[in-house]
Design a protein around this ligand. Structure first.
Ligand code: PLP
Length: 384
């Protein structure tokens, strides 16, 4: 097989963009001050922090005072769920509504809350991976403290009708959190148009450094602190702010949203070709909705193939892809997402997730298709 490096795992992480790196570099070097310090170098760090906060907030339609920096999507999800549960418990509400296909940052946090007397309703998606506002309306009770539903799924890329769900939550007086980790930087997002109360995101999914993310909170005054200590992040999340990472996040977000419509149209054209050509392989099926889906996401299963073997063969061809989400790809558990959407068992273990960015080319698609076709053929032949 011919070797040609193709990075097609952009939902797992992305390279730090040159622009984001260039913006961050001075804060590793000559401007390394602590943003809480009173001397000039500290004030320069504080000013970079404020500018980054204002800029990132404006890019999602929020105020700077509504945006809290965190270590990433996992922490933001934990903060949103645990603090909403705490506020709910104070009001005598001990029920959470979520979906069966959330990221484990949400699902495992819900499991923990179940151990402390919370009940959780896990809404099941339809076979295309979507849930509806009507399902949310049916699941919410007078006891519900929070609804948490992802904006876009990390395995199959499906985009949930969050604005419609937000209307239901508003009517019922229940706060809505959305895990937008896969969506921010890939879709134009305005928190007011979406109508969410809290939103998690993560820098490394759109070209910023790893270890930095954020939580948008509409009514920030009511948000309990998550990490106690110093007065950073308006006294809600203590710890010296990582200025280079924060600056990289604001720059990468601005860059990723520039010409997003044109970029997505290019990525979509690649994805459609990739999807059609992979589905031409016999006994294959697309997982998740084809239309309500992130532009770069392809998730296809091949009957009679183990994804781990397929991934190793693709790696030998220079292709980086994944089986399910990156976080679960080393676990032997079948994908909870593919299981929840009712994928036939023979197809669950043979899933391949390819996630494209605007760095990918037509030549990449050609290489992926020929490599997958050959690898699937060989693996099926080995099984006899
Ligand atoms: N939520 C979703 C939907 C994700 O895809 C991920 C990462 O893959 C996370 C949360 C966790 O984000 P982080 O890696 O920044 O902790």
């Amino acid at each position: 097989m011919r070797k040609h490096f193709v990075y097609a795992d952009n939902a797992a992480t992305m390279p730090v963009s040159e622009r984001a790196l260039a913006a961050a570099l001075p804060y590793f070097g000559e401007q390394y001050g602590n943003a809480s310090a009173v001397y000039t170098m500290g004030m320069k760090a504080a000013s970079a922090l404020l500018e980054a906060r204002k800029s990132a907030a404006a890019l999602i339609g929020a105020e700077a005072s509504q945006l809290f920096f965190t270590s990433g999507g996992t922490e933001s999800d934990n903060w949103a769920l645990r603090c909403a549960a705490r506020v709910g418990a104070e009001q005598g509400r001990r029920h959470i509504v979520t979906t069966a296909i959330e990221h484990h940052a949400v699902l495992n946090t819900c499991k923990e809350l179940e151990l402390s007397d919370f009940s959780v309703t896990y809404i099941m998606p339809d076979s295309s991976g979507l849930i509806t506002a009507e399902q949310v309306a049916a699941a919410v009770t007078d006891d519900t403290a929070l609804v948490s539903i992802m904006l876009a799924n990390n395995e199959i890329g499906t985009i949930m009708p969050i604005a419609e769900i937000a209307a239901v939550c508003r009517e019922r007086g229940v706060p809505l959190h959305t895990d937008a980790v896969q969506a921010i930087g890939h879709l134009p997002i305005n928190v007011n148009e979406l109508g969410v109360d809290m939103m998690s995101f993560s820098g490394h999914k759109f070209g910023a450094m790893k270890g930095i993310g954020g939580l948008y909170v509409r009514d920030a005054g009511r948000l309990p602190p998550f990490i106690t200590g110093g007065s950073q992040e308006y006294g809600r999340r203590a710890g010296t702010e990582p200025i280079p990472q924060i600056v990289s996040l604001a720059e990468a977000l601005a860059e990723s949203l520039e010409s997003i419509t044109e970029k997505n149209a290019r990525i979509l054209a690649l994805r459609e070709r990739l999807t059609d050509e992979l589905l031409a392989i016999p006994d294959s099926r697309l997982n998740g909705s084809r239309s309500s889906r992130l532009a770069g996401n392809v998730n296809i299963s091949f009957l009679g193939v183990e994804s781990e073997s397929l991934l190793l063969m693709l790696d030998m061809c220079g292709i980086c892809a994944s089986g399910g989400s990156a976080c679960t790809s080393r676990s032997a558990e079948p994908s909870h997402v593919l299981t929840a959407i009712g994928t036939p068992s023979g197809y669950i273990s043979g899933s391949l997730r390819l996630t494209l960015s605007d760095r990918n080319t037509d030549e990449d698609v050609t290489h992926i298709v020929s490599s997958v076709r050959e690898a699937v053929g060989r693996l099926r032949a080995l099984r006899g």
